[in-house]
Design a protein around this ligand. Structure first.
Ligand SMILES: O=C(O)[C@H](O)[C@@H](O)[C@H](O)[C@H](O)COP(=O)(O)O
Length: 286
């Protein structure tokens, strides 16, 4: 049984905008304003490459879990020089934080999205890519994904969290929806309270398609590093709730529940997504 880890970590917040880079320390960590989406992509590639190098040096592996959505396109710089040569791709072990229960060649598949947008462009080892069994029901696919993950924790390909028996991924990359969902953990959904399973499933996702498997919060919060990558003004309110101090009056949203027990949390935001938590006086033009 997975013990739930208490959330202790604070997050570092990096915002990317045409105004340059500003770092502001607040209750949730560091706020960082960069040049544009392109700067965000460069910073994200640097961040991932550095974590990969450190994990490979320390453990011989880099266990990373990907989300779907715009995250994959924001990882594009990793497919370009120097990263396509300098990253030790053969040591990567790639998982999905959540996956739609559709065929792996279906347009809605997060595996297809990552394969087309990243994995087919870098020299990863195909047997190190852990996609779901797309011939199973959502429940069975979640059970089988957890079984595969448990085998890789046994071999320490995926580390174990210091204070609970959860897998300790080297990096979990999340997106966030306008409602503040992360992975396939949606507001007010009972699986937010799941504390025993590492991987669970839903059949009523408010974001189509309805059937998905997803890591649970204890697994996300057991990672050594979590990054939440959010762009676009339609998410500004959710960012305000997730990072701003006023969230107590608005209730908790899933993104606010991401608080790694021993790991580091970094928010990568563009200015549009961050528009409700910073004012223009904090840009480097001032
Ligand atoms: O499978 C999924 O749908 C994703 O994992 C989901 O959690 C995504 O990360 C957010 O919905 C943000 O998606 P966008 O970045 O495309 O808005």
């Amino acid at each position: 049984m997975a013990d739930s880890c208490d959330a202790k970590s604070k997050g570092e917040v990096r915002i990317h905008d045409s105004k340059g880079e500003v770092r502001i320390h607040d209750s949730k960590g560091e706020l960082r304003i960069h040049d544009s989406i392109d700067e965000l992509c460069l910073d994200l590639a640097d961040y991932v490459a550095e974590l990969s190098e450190a994990a490979v040096k320390e453990r011989g592996f880099f266990a990373i879990a990907l989300s779907g959505g715009s995250l994959i396109s924001l990882m594009k710089k990793l497919c370009e020089p120097p990263y396509h040569k300098t990253v030790d791709w053969a040591k990567w072990h790639i998982f999905w934080v959540d996956e739609r229960v559709v065929a792996k060649n279906h347009p809605d598949s997060n595996y297809k999205l990552a394969k087309d947008g990243l994995l087919s462009k870098v020299p990863i080892v195909p047997s190190h890519v852990y996609s779901i069994n797309d011939s199973l029901t959502a429940e069975a696919a979640a059970e089988e994904y957890e079984f595969v993950l448990r085998q890789l924790v046994k071999t320490r390909t995926v580390a174990v969290c210091e204070s609970c028996d959860c897998p300790g991924f080297d990096l979990i990359l999340l997106g966030m929806g306008p409602d503040g969902h992360i992975a396939s953990l949606f507001p007010n959904h009972p699986i937010l309270d799941e504390k025993d399973e590492w991987v669970t499933f839903i059949t009523d996702s408010p974001k189509p398609p309805p059937e998905r498997i997803t890591f649970t919060l204890p697994v996300i919060n057991s990672a050594a590093n979590v990054a939440i990558v959010v762009t676009g003004g339609e998410k500004a309110d959710a960012i305000h709730l997730a990072i701003g101090d006023e969230m107590a009056t608005h209730g908790l949203i899933p993104a606010h529940l991401v608080a790694p027990s021993h790991g580091n949390l970094v928010w990568f935001l563009d200015m549009a997504a961050a528009s409700k938590i910073v004012d223009s006086s904090q840009s480097t033009d001032s």
